[in-house]
Ligand binder design. Structure first.
Ligand SMILES: C[S@@+](CC[C@H](N)C(=O)[O-])C[C@H]1O[C@@H](n2cnc3c(N)ncnc32)[C@H](O)[C@@H]1O
Length: 137
């Protein structure tokens, strides 16, 4: 699991309990991630949408391309078109599936998408777009 925040990773580790030992925990910026081996699946909920500058999005996508094997899958969840414009005081980029597919580019085929309302612990509903992509082999 990758996060730029040690605090966030510690919270996830605690929630997993003994199963945390099955996970490799990596504290780094997703824009700089260089895994030593290819993975079959990249899963991101609510990280990519914080990257609003084109250069930051491109750096993230370079990490994704470096990490994911050809034929591998990506699950990306971002705020949807009617989702919040900010999160934790930071601006976000909102996506529908077509916009996300354009951003990932021709190397990735959209397999499935759905929009879902997520209820935060404080009871606020947030619209998310979930997409599954397959990287071309
Ligand atoms: C809204 S939380 C989502 C956490 C978790 N993925 C989930 O779905 O519950 C956003 C997380 O993205 C992390 N984050 C933000 N920018 C990042 C970056 N450039 N690289 C890695 N993690 C980042 C934050 O530290 C935070 O833990």
């Amino acid at each position: 699991m990758v996060d730029v925040s040690d605090f966030a990773l510690r919270a996830a580790r605690t929630r997993l309990g003994p199963r945390a030992d099955l996970v490799q925990w990596v504290t780094t910026d997703a824009r700089e991630l260089r895994l030593p081996r290819k993975v079959d699946l990249w899963h991101d909920r609510a990280v990519f949408h914080f990257l609003i500058a084109a250069a930051d999005q491109e750096a993230y996508l370079a990490s994704l391309s470096h990490a994911l094997r050809p034929g591998g899958h990506v699950v990306l969840a971002t705020f949807g078109p009617q989702g919040p414009e900010n999160c934790s005081g930071l601006p976000v980029e909102r996506y529908d599936s077509a916009k996300l597919a354009r951003r990932l580019g021709a190397d990735f085929d959209l397999v499935r998408s759905l929009e879902k309302l997520h209820t935060t612990p404080s009871g606020t509903a947030q619209q998310f777009t979930y997409c599954v992509f397959k990287r071309r082999a």
